[in-house]
Design a protein around this ligand. Structure first.
Ligand code: ZN
Length: 138
């Protein structure tokens, strides 16, 4: 795929170097049958080095996951070969079914139907806690 000529899709830019793969996995992109490029360690004036993910398909992507992995990442939406929207994500206040609680006694560990919900409890230090048992996410 020609990574510079996405027609309809998304470019996740300004990902801190080293976090591109983590984001790729958390977004579940490995399970999709679409053209995706991860470009690692690109030189950036702002960040020194950065990762970029290019998705050459108009698929729904959970922006909360992007914000959780790197709140300073930007998302460029491309339609018909043109940049139509640029989003700055920021830290999401709540994460639903993004990460799982590690506490074996947590209700989310025993009840399969329950959503895994984490709340941002410390914005400065980027700390999330389970909404049910307050176990810290790592
Ligand atoms: Zn919990």
């Amino acid at each position: 795929m020609n990574i510079d000529s996405i027609q309809n899709g998304m470019v996740i830019d300004h990902i801190r170097a080293g976090y591109g793969m983590r984001l790729y996995e958390l977004l579940g992109l490995d399970e999709l049958d679409v053209s995706i490029a991860i470009i690692k360690n690109v030189s950036s004036k702002k960040l020194g080095k950065k990762d970029i993910i290019k998705i050459d398909a108009d698929i729904p992507v959970n922006l909360d996951i992007i914000g959780y992995v790197d709140p300073s990442a930007t998302v460029n939406i491309i339609k018909d070969g043109k940049l139509t929207e640029k989003k700055v994500i920021g830290l999401p206040k709540t994460l639903t079914n993004v990460i799982k609680c590690k506490n074996p006694r947590c209700i989310t560990s025993t009840e399969q139907e329950i959503n895994h919900i984490f709340k941002l409890t410390d914005e400065k230090n980027k700390i999330y806690r389970c909404a049910y048992c307050e176990t810290k996410a790592n």
